[in-house]
Design a protein around this ligand. Structure first.
Ligand SMILES: NC(=O)c1ccc[n+]([C@@H]2O[C@H](COP(=O)([O-])OP(=O)(O)OC[C@H]3O[C@@H](n4cnc5c(N)ncnc54)[C@H](O)[C@@H]3O)[C@@H](O)[C@H]2O)c1
Ligand SMILES: [Zn+2]
Ligand SMILES: [Zn+2]
Length: 347
């Protein structure tokens, strides 16, 4: 089959790789209808996350049809349209029982093979899904593949970020980063009843998107700290939703949050130390929450939210390209060329 594979930082390859097959009874093979490129793929692409084997198939956001299944995956009918969380989960271990499926003891992240161990990704014609019955969600009738695609990562992750931040009715929120995850965090904060949502980024098109999703845009170059401190009677915001993953963003989050407030970080960090000190955290009575989104327990709710039509989620997809142009898609997304916010690969 054809796939987009990792070679080295900034070098991917579109070409022929071996077809995935059912290896374990719980596996299915899915024919990918649509796959997206995510900000998380960029950490690997840019060489900030290392360890990936050369030849690993990239990508962890996909929707497709089940074409082959093992004996323990009979609940999934051949031909059914499914959406996957970006990690697999068993549904039974200590963590899965506590809805922390992102830390499933048997789980794996799509698009991560290291030392020969792990799971190939979905920017390909076919993808193997282990633990399929407890991992995959069925796309409800009436939703097309592209609409359902956002449920498997960015929408669930943005929502999780808002939940982790304890956003509630009346909250004053700052969202850092207006990429797809940040925009979805705006949606999550709105759904949880936030009063005002400030959205911070340095890219004009993305700030405009944030405004369209109901946030007050603040450009990074317009002194966001002074602006938000002024807007909150000198206190700072109740909750910061950090969807960037850099020391600069962590620092900004601390500067924006009020004493007693919460920073919820879903941005993937690769630095070794916090950008603020324990003293600064203490002096703000800070709550800091972080981590990978447990998508599985949120999947049906996210599909319902998409189906409700309350938001025009399609707006965040700026580019639709064939899989054969996957390498170019990364360049466009990485460099934010041509107003790129999210790329979907199909066919
Ligand atoms: N925790 C999880 O489960 C999970 C899931 C998906 C993605 N992520 C992570 O979430 C982050 C965002 O993903 P995305 O797809 O939206 O990525 P993206 O790269 O499209 O968006 C990041 C945005 O942050 C902006 N930015 C950069 N520095 C900033 C700063 N100091 N302050 C404010 N904004 C700044 C950029 O201009 C960009 O618009 C990434 O780190 C990604 O890996 C985490
Ligand atoms: Zn993703
Ligand atoms: Zn588990």
């Amino acid at each position: 089959m054809k796939a987009v594979t990792f070679q080295e930082p900034y070098v991917l390859k579109y070409g022929e790789v071996a077809d995935p097959v059912v290896r374990e009874p719980g596996d299915v093979v899915v024919r990918v209808a649509v796959a997206a490129v995510c900000g998380s793929d960029l950490h690997v692409y840019r060489g900030h996350e290392t360890g990936l084997d050369v030849g690993t198939v990239m990508g962890h956001e996909f929707v497709g049809k089940v074409v082959e299944r093992g004996s323990a995956a009979s609940a999934l009918e051949i031909g059914s349209l499914v959406v996957s969380p970006f990690t697999t989960s068993c549904g039974e271990c200590f963590y899965c029982r506590r809805e922390l499926t992102a830390r499933c003891t048997q789980g794996a992240l799509f698009g991560w093979v290291e030392g020969g161990v792990g799971l190939h990704g979905a920017q390909a014609e076919l993808v193997r899904v282990p633990l399929a019955a407890s991992t995959l969600g069925r796309v409800p009738d009436g939703l097309d593949a592209e609409s359902a695609l956002l449920a498997g990562d960015v929408l669930a992750t943005g929502f999780y970020c808002a939940e982790s931040g304890g956003v509630e009715s009346g909250s004053v929120v700052a969202v850092l980063g207006c990429g797809p995850v940040g925009i979805m965090a705006i949606v999550g904060a709105r759904e949880l009843g936030a009063d005002v949502i400030y959205a911070i980024d340095g890219v004009a098109e993305r700030l405009e998107l944030a405004r369209e999703f109901g946030a007050v845009p603040v450009n990074l170059s317009d002194e966001p700290v002074a602006t938000l401190i002024d807007a909150t009677e000198g206190r700072g915001v109740d909750v910061v939703l950090e969807a960037v993953g850099s020391p600069q963003a962590s620092r900004l989050a601390l500067d924006l949050v009020r004493p007693g407030g919460t920073i919820a970080a879903v941005g993937v960090h690769t630095e070794e130390h916090f950008a603020f000190s324990p003293v600064e955290a203490y002096d703000k009575n800070l709550t800091y929450r972080a981590g990978r989104c447990p998508v599985r327990p949120r999947l049906e709710r996210m599909l319902d939210l998409i189906a409700s039509g309350r938001y025009d989620f399609g707006k965040i997809i700026s580019h639709r390209m064939p899989l054969s142009e996957g390498v170019r898609a990364y360049e466009i997304f990485d460099q934010k060329l041509d107003g790129c916010t999210k790329v979907v690969l199909a066919g």
